[in-house]
Design a protein around this ligand. Structure first.
Ligand code: SAM
Ligand code: SF4
Length: 337
């Protein structure tokens, strides 16, 4: 049952380094219709459905913590569009007072079927992941076919007046280099922003190595060789992880250099996994069990207190480059990227 939170404004979620948290990533499922090697194992065992938060539970959680200053929500997974009736959740979350930004990250495979319902339900922004425009490379990465469906999904979304549609590509050495220019041309022709995300140590198979990270700097060089000098966009929101550049042709490319230039000092994000575990970082090795509270009649105040504990325990940074770095036990699909 939903409890309408009429809680008065509660103290903001500020961690030990003064970072005020206003952004929540909600994983709605650990399931997916493809198997990207940088995220999932080939043979994956998903969580039983009864362990996954219901829409009622997700809405209750959001209503409880929004008064503490959460304004931005992003739905992710796994693949969020494999969760049945996702537009119903979007509609419920878009009606929460205080939520000013509602976004979704998707692999695009099912997007053509759902874009209109999501837009009508109040979704504002979309990130669509696309690492290659060649079916062969797409299959090598995802262990499945479906590039044509992703492109159909992008086309369907572009026909709707979303506030923003962005393309996300993972930057991996020996895979991404030949994709950089074709992806940029594809994005520029459609006046869409493209973002390259450095490959992070969150693959399920544990094959990540520093040498496999294609840095944002290297990717930018490839782009500059083709499109001329790139100009950094000034006035970037410091809480945004991307560093954006524009080219003389008007194209815009962003870089999320999580490995080579971590943006931890301005991180304002929290996450909740599909089975209701709050994490204060992608690389967190601890979790706070909100599902247990939600399923045991806890009050909104108790929920916020648990989130506050998680925020207070947030480390200064992920420390991927330090000797003491410890990989989280979960892979990306189990966290929600
Ligand atoms: N299934 C959706 C998708 O792929 O867009 C949403 C979930 S996915 C985990 C969210 C984002 O994380 C995607 O853009 C994906 O490319 C990215 N991602 C997955 N594994 C990653 C890794 N090891 N390093 C960097 N980004 C990763
Ligand atoms: Fe699925 Fe997204 Fe992970 Fe690829 S990155 S396996 S699409 S959850």
């Amino acid at each position: 049952m939903i409890r309408d939170s009429k809680a008065p404004n509660v103290l903001p979620l500020v961690d030990g380094y003064g970072r005020r948290h206003s952004s929540l990533r909600i994983s709605v499922t650990d399931r997916c219709n493809i198997r990207c090697f940088y995220c999932m194992p080939e043979n994956v065992v998903f969580k039983p459905r009864d362990e996954i938060l219901t829409f009622d539970e997700i809405e209750r959680f959001v209503r409880a913590i929004v008064p503490a200053g959460i304004t931005k929500l992003r739905l992710t997974g796994g693949e969020p569009l494999v969760r049945r009736d996702l537009h119903v959740l979007v509609e419920r979350l878009s009606s929460v007072d205080g939520v000013t930004d509602l976004a979704l990250t998707t692999n695009g495979i099912l997007l053509a079927d759902h874009a209109k319902a999501l837009y009508d339900a109040g979704l504002q922004r979309l990130n669509i992941s696309i690492d290659s425009l060649r079916e062969e490379t797409f299959q090598k990465i995802t262990r499945r076919s479906g590039l044509d469906r992703v492109i159909a999904g992008i086309d369907a979304a572009r026909k709707l007046p979303f506030h923003q549609i962005r393309l996300n590509a993972i930057a991996m050495r020996d895979i991404t280099e030949p994709e950089i220019v074709p992806l940029a041309k594809f994005a520029f022709e459609r006046a869409m922003e493209l973002r390259f995300i450095e490959f992070m140590p969150l693959d399920a198979d544990g094959n990540w190595e520093t040498e496999k990270v294609l840095s944002g700097r290297e990717t930018l060089h490839v782009l500059e060789r083709e499109f001329g000098r790139a100009v950094p966009v000034s006035g970037n929101d410091p809480a945004q992880p991307a560093v954006d550049f524009t080219f003389a042709n008007g194209g815009r490319v962003g870089f999320i250099n999580s490995v080579t230039q971590p943006f931890c000092q301005s991180c304002n994000r929290l996450r909740i996994t599909a089975e209701g575990q709050v994490r204060n970082c992608l690389f967190s090795t601890s979790e706070w069990d909100v599902r247990a509270l939600l399923r045991s009649g806890a009050s909104d105040e108790q929920i916020v207190e648990l989130v506050r504990e998680s925020v207070s325990a947030k480390k200064r940074g992920h420390g991927i480059d330090s000797d003491s770095f410890e990989r989280p036990a979960r892979a990306m699909y189990q966290i929600g990227g």
